[in-house]
Design a protein around this ligand. Structure first.
Ligand code: ADP
Ligand code: ASP
Ligand code: MG
Length: 408
């Protein structure tokens, strides 16, 4: 029997009425002759609330116990949805990650799925069950501890199940109608894209569009999962994430992404000689600092400045690591300056590979609004800049207008 995977995010399962709405949508699929694996998130806000509770009870908490607590929101919605489906007369059963099991590595809080055993669910389908409701975001490590996949991780659970079960498609239901040319909460005239390539979606996700977790897009791309993003609350075809060849229209820029909580850290007056950058960034990597953009200035009299960006919440561990290296004498620099009030704006598009002038247009649009660019980084299909956080909304809007993204 054909199998589809449907995933419902936090807002879609927020309360009894919405869970019943989800059950009705799932029933449409079973009535059409499909078996369904439904992946659910915790109710909106629940994961944040659970993480804060952990932080309140213990400042230097054990990551394994953090996962034991924050994974529980999904257990509740999985059980409730199975009950709502049974009420409609649809044979359904819930699974927590460990029951499947979904095996992950032991990077608690940001674990990666290693494999998914299909037997227990396949056996139940063979016995006449129509819907397996799976708690998203969670798995079990080799040593039997509960793990979680990082914020937004239920998207990744859904794609991983679609790949493991060779599902016909993987539909991600959320609170917007698809992937837009910019976050529709920031740009009222943002336009829904009918199709977006895996590569562009990967950039959008990693540059701050939280509509899909980055890892879920990587997995979908690698396993050629047919992925759709659509609304739980209104009908419509949503956005198909697919191969580049399936997309007719190739604009230079397909959309704008933004990431609010970025920081810029500068090491002032570092010796300009081989091995220094390796030492600095090696140390930051060992301290688990997620370094993004890097700029090194032209040196003067053998000394230079090195600037990098990272998430705001990584600044203190970066400073601790850099102070240690200074004390040990391994790297010498005059001072560290951290600016924690910046954000990242990016334009993304596969058409950029063949069209020139995108950077100039982007910089002019920002300049026209008096927005100063602090750091620039480019890749084949994206250009990103760091700017003061107070300009984020203005900047996103300016870029959306400059590339006329509201027009088809
Ligand atoms: P869920 O709880 O369903 O997983 P998320 O909150 O994780 O939903 O993701 C959906 C949100 O992503 C939307 O409400 C929207 O504000 C945000 N978003 C950011 N960028 C985009 C974009 N380009 N297209 C659509 N949504 C976006
Ligand atoms: N509940 C988790 C979160 O809020 C996972 C998810 O919803 O995807 O991040
Ligand atoms: Mg999400």
């Amino acid at each position: 029997m054909p199998l589809v995977v449907m995933k419902f995010g936090g807002t879609s399962v927020d309360g009894i009425r919405r869970i019943r709405n989800v059950a009705a949508k799932v029933q449409v699929e079973t009535s059409a002759g499909n078996n369904v694996i439904v992946v659910v998130s915790a109710m909106a806000g629940r994961t944040t609330e659970l993480s804060e509770t952990v932080g309140n009870i213990s400042r230097m908490f054990d990551a394994r116990e953090f996962d034991a607590v924050v994974s529980t929101g999904e257990n509740v919605t999985a059980g409730l949805l199975a009950l709502a489906l049974q009420d409609l007369g649809v044979p359904a059963r819930s699974w927590q990650g460990w029951q499947v099991p979904v095996r992950t590595n032991s990077a608690h809080g940001a674990a990666r799925i290693e494999n998914i055993r299909t037997e227990s669910i396949v056996t139940k389908f063979a016995e006449g069950m129509k819907v397996a409701v799976v708690a998203g975001f969670q798995g079990i490590t080799q040593d039997g501890r509960i793990s979680t996949l990082g914020r937004g991780g239920s998207d990744t659970t859904a794609v991983a199940f679609a790949a493991a079960f060779a599902a016909e498609r993987c539909d991600i239901y959320t609170d917007v109608s698809g992937v837009y040319t910019a976050d529709p909460r920031l740009v009222s005239r943002a336009r829904k894209l009918n199709r977006v390539s895996y590569e562009e979606m990967l950039e959008f996700a990693s540059l701050g569009a939280k509509v899909l977790q980055t890892r879920s897009v990587e997995l979908a791309m690698h396993n050629k999962v047919r992925l759709r993003v659509l609304s739980s609350f209104c009908d419509g075809p949503g956005t198909l994430v697919c191969e580049e060849e399936e997309i007719m229209e190739q604009r230079a820029v397909s959309g704008v992404a933004s990431s609010r909580n970025e920081a810029k850290v500068t090491l002032i007056s570092v010796a300009d000689r081989p091995g220094i950058a390796a030492a600095v960034f090696g140390l930051l990597a060992s301290a688990d600092v997620n370094v993004d953009m890097i700029v090194q200035n032209i040196s003067e009299e053998g000394r230079t400045d090195i600037t990098f960006s990272c998430p705001v919440e990584h600044v203190s561990k970066a400073e601790i690591a850099l102070n240690e290296v200074l004390e040990s004498g391994a790297v010498r620099y005059r001072s560290i300056v951290a600016d924690t009030e910046v954000c990242k704006l990016s334009v993304v598009g596969i058409g950029m590979r063949s069209q020139s002038g995108v950077a100039a247009k982007m910089f002019k649009a920002l300049a026209d609004d008096g927005i100063n660019i602090l750091v620039i980084a480019t890749s084949e299909i994206k250009i990103s800049v760091l700017v003061d956080r107070k300009y984020m909304e203005l900047g996103v809007q300016a870029l959306h207008d400059a590339f006329q993204l509201d027009r088809c």
